[in-house]
Design a protein around this ligand. Structure first.
Ligand code: MG
Length: 391
């Protein structure tokens, strides 16, 4: 492949306009490494998506979900249509909508969403019958089953002891809640659940899966490993889950009511093919190649110092011989341009020259460009001679 010759002297007068593009992020924090595809404080990283927050619920009134929530039940018959009986054949559920709530009809069986999903933030509000009947596991029992597999217990434990790993807010059969923060029967209880499914690869467990649960705003599970998801009497053990599954609500013979059920899918963990946290080296390398390609495409639309800086930046993510040669030649040409600038015109260029010096310093410090780069001592001499840095 032929290398495009670097253009003649880079006209400094065109540079100031482009400079703000690189004002933040680049050549600043530690660069990408073997498992982190982005630099520290990296402006190439996507901005977090905008979400308009919802409102909090009160006992009298359910709150409004966040703008990106997928609503599973909002008190209407229309959202009841998102559910079906948990049977082998698709059947309408016998649970009923009453006064804007979804009510379990004892003996009708579990209910499940038609939609299937996995990792999520799930919001569920429930209310045990005001008329207190039964005790221990027999009072106001229902349950929230993520992927239909693992239960966050719903139980009226207001003045009602039971085995702790079957308490309201427990990962049933796995872990008791840290606290009993229930309101009285008939009042509304709010569960905010963060769920991560187990991740297995080639038969090896990479993550047991996790639950974090807030009960009425009180933490009751904090990244609790699923250990297979729990169950009744028999201890569960880690095993793979399907890719996704329905949300199920339990019929345990009590007319428990639900309202305001919604979820938000969560971005994938690094162990599950995503780019949250430290990645496997091969996945990080692929991601860095992708980032470098995007930056080089951006550089191709630019000119002068702006182009050079962007090309340099791309080398922090992935080596590319053509980009390297163009960059090194471009830097040499840039220095020639600086040297050719009359002393009387240097002061207005101070910002862009110092920025370039900083970038070259970063690139050589982290060995993305050779420390022997001729431009480095040349630009150091220029800024010292003019008095911008101390000799
Ligand atoms: Mg239950």
């Amino acid at each position: 492949m032929s290398i495009r010759p670097a253009s003649a002297v880079v006209p400094l007068c065109t540079l100031a306009l482009a400079a703000p593009v690189f004002a933040d992020g680049a050549f600043y924090g530690d660069p990408p490494d073997a498992t982190h595809p982005w630099a520290l404080h990296d402006m190439n990283r996507p901005q977090p998506p905008l979400v308009t927050p919802g409102t909090f619920s009160t006992s009298e009134q359910p709150g409004r979900p966040p703008s990106d929530a997928i609503v599973l039940f909002d008190g209407t018959e229309a959202t009841l249509a998102k559910w079906e009986a948990d049977k082998n054949t698709a059947e309408p559920t016998k649970w009923i909508v009453k006064d804007g709530t979804l009510q379990c009809v004892p003996g009708s069986g579990y209910i499940r969403t038609k939609e299937q999903f996995a990792d999520c933030q799930l919001h569920v509000e429930w209310s045990a019958p005001t008329k207190v009947e039964g005790n221990s596991q027999g009072r106001g029992n229902s349950g929230v089953f993520l992927m239909g597999q693992t239960e966050i217990q719903v139980l009226d434990n207001f003045n009602n002891p039971t085995y702790p790993d079957g308490f309201a807010g427990s990962v049933y059969g796995v872990n008791p809640p840290y606290a009993n923060a229930l309101r009285g029967p008939g009042d509304w209880q709010i569960y905010d659940i963060i769920f991560r499914r187990p991740v297995f690869k080639d038969g090896k467990m990479l993550d047991s899966g996790r639950f974090t649960v807030m009960m009425n705003g009180v933490v009751v599970q904090d990244s609790t490993p699923l250990e297979g998801g729990g169950g009744h009497k028999a201890r569960s053990h880690d095993h793979a889950f399907p890719e996704k599954g329905p949300l199920k609500l339990q019929d345990h013979g009590n007319p428990v009511r639900y309202r305001n059920i919604w979820y938000r899918p969560l971005p994938a963990r690094a162990v599950d093919g995503g780019d949250l946290g430290a990645m496997a080296p091969e996945a990080a390398t692929a991601k860095k190649e992708q980032i470098a390609k995007t930056i080089r495409e951006d550089a191709a639309k630019l000119q002068g110092q702006a182009k050079l800086l962007r090309q340099m930046e791309s080398l922090c993510y992935a080596e590319d011989a053509v980009t390297r040669q163009e960059t090194e030649a471009g830097i040499a040409t840039w220095v020639v341009g600086v040297k050719a600038t009359p002393a009387s015109e240097m002061e207005p260029k101070k910002g862009e020259i110092m920025h370039m010096r900083e970038a070259i310093g970063y690139m050589t410090h982290f060995k993305f460009l050779p420390d022997s780069l001729p431009a480095k001592p040349e630009i150091e001499k220029i800024v010292r001679d003019i008095g911008w840095v101390k000799k």
